[in-house]
Design a protein around this ligand. Structure first.
Ligand SMILES: *Cc1c(COP(=O)(O)O)cnc(C)c1O
Length: 365
């Protein structure tokens, strides 16, 4: 390209930054996808070309996460929010209990949906601590009779993240990984199901990824609407109806990018480095800045913090905006500041924010 592309310091919480290389490839292929004379958006979802895109994305996700054979990878719609409903609709029988660990606003929403289908029970909660921490594994009540145990692996709004997941034995573990999927290695076999809206770490909004164990899927209720059954999508390779083809193409390109960057180990290492820049500034600020999350529960994806002086906080956000930083306002329910440092946010962008924070403190204390 002849013109230099202006790229923002994008800390949006979701939809969020996408890798520049992926955007440029999509741009180059936009009007003529691989010699078809059509955009990928104009292809039939039943064509060999699109099926190639679709199956390659599934294969690459399997490879990156080392997903065992007895798991299905599904591409659904309706966001992570529809999963809040589909999970109890499929897996809760009337009068049956399901366990939920409450670690923030998204967990609460999942819990509320389950009430429509059965009896959700709190297995642990950090609500009384304003969701500043992830409950200790020893606090979690494992109820073998529950249909499943649900948790949110990364709390996008409060900025906390699970470091070690509970071992639940025969109790199926389900995780909402919307905001930290593919940010580090995990052992998929520990989970009966993982789900994530794409718009934080995987691609544009419009696709929801579900990774589900076949034996668990087979236990689902059958008397529910066709489109809301996991079995419908698993039987049809997620092509029962028209899928969000462009979103799946973009997801596929993001997965190739993760592979090219060195896979999940390299991504995890970089994510740690990125977050460290910003947490170090907070920790070395003598209380000028302070974090929302307790140190042992800090998220590498969403860094929530405050400027101790409220007037200065307003000034900080205003000056950061003028300096070209996007998306730093905390969620309306928490306030303060939040820097979302997802996979596609470059190291340099995080360093630029850290430098800006240091300078702002020097100029204002
Ligand atoms: C963003 C987010 C959601 C909501 O996702 P939608 O795709 O908008 O429904 C759910 N859970 C978590 C953890 C999130 O970060």
């Amino acid at each position: 390209m002849t013109v230099t592309t202006k790229r923002a310091f994008n800390f949006n919480a979701g939809p969020s930054a996408l890798p520049l290389e992926v955007l440029q490839k999509a741009q180059a292929e936009l009007v003529d996808f691989k010699g078809t004379g059509m955009s990928v958006m104009e292809l039939s979802h039943r064509s060999a070309e699109f099926e190639g895109v679709h199956n390659e994305a599934i294969a690459n996700l399997r490879e990156l996460y080392d997903i065992p054979e007895n798991y299905e990878v599904l591409f659904l719609q309706g966001g992570a929010s529809l999963q809040f409903s589909m999970i109890p609709m499929n897996f809760l029988k009337e009068g049956q209990k399901a366990s939920y660990i409450q670690t923030g606003a998204w967990s609460e929403k999942a819990f509320a949906e389950a009430k429509l289908f059965g009896t959700p029970v709190e297995a642990a909660s950090s609500k009384s601590n304003n969701y500043k921490n992830i409950p200790a594994l020893s606090e979690i009540q494992i109820d073998e009779e529950a249909a499943y145990l649900h948790l949110t692996s990364n709390n996008t709004i409060f900025g906390t993240q699970w470091k070690t997941f509970p071992t639940t034995g025969d109790l199926p573990l389900i995780a909402d990984m919307s905001s930290d999927i593919l940010s580090k290695k995990i052992d998929v076999s520990n989970f009966a199901m993982i789900y994530a809206g794409a718009q934080k770490n995987l691609g544009p909004s419009g696709v929801t990824v579900v990774i589900i164990r076949k034996e668990f899927l087979e236990k689902a209720n059958s008397n529910i609407p066709t489109m809301l059954k996991y079995a419908t999508h698993s039987k049809n390779n997620s092509l029962y109806n028209t899928p969000p083809t462009f979103g799946i193409y973009m997801l596929g390109e993001v997965l190739k990018w993760v592979k090219a960057e060195g896979g999940l180990e390299a991504i995890e290492q970089r994510n740690e480095e990125k977050a460290k820049y910003i947490y170090d500034v907070i920790d070395n600020s003598n209380g000028f800045y302070y974090g929302h999350a307790t140190e042992d529960s800090r998220s590498l994806m969403n860094i929530t913090f405050r400027v101790a002086d409220e007037e200065l906080e307003k000034k900080f956000l205003a000056e950061a905006k003028t300096a070209g930083f996007v998306g730093l306002n905390g969620h309306r329910s928490v306030g303060g500041c939040r820097a979302s440092t997802y996979n596609a946010v470059p190291l340099e962008t995080c360093k630029a924010l850290a430098d800006f924070m240091v300078k702002f403190q020097q100029d204002n204390q």
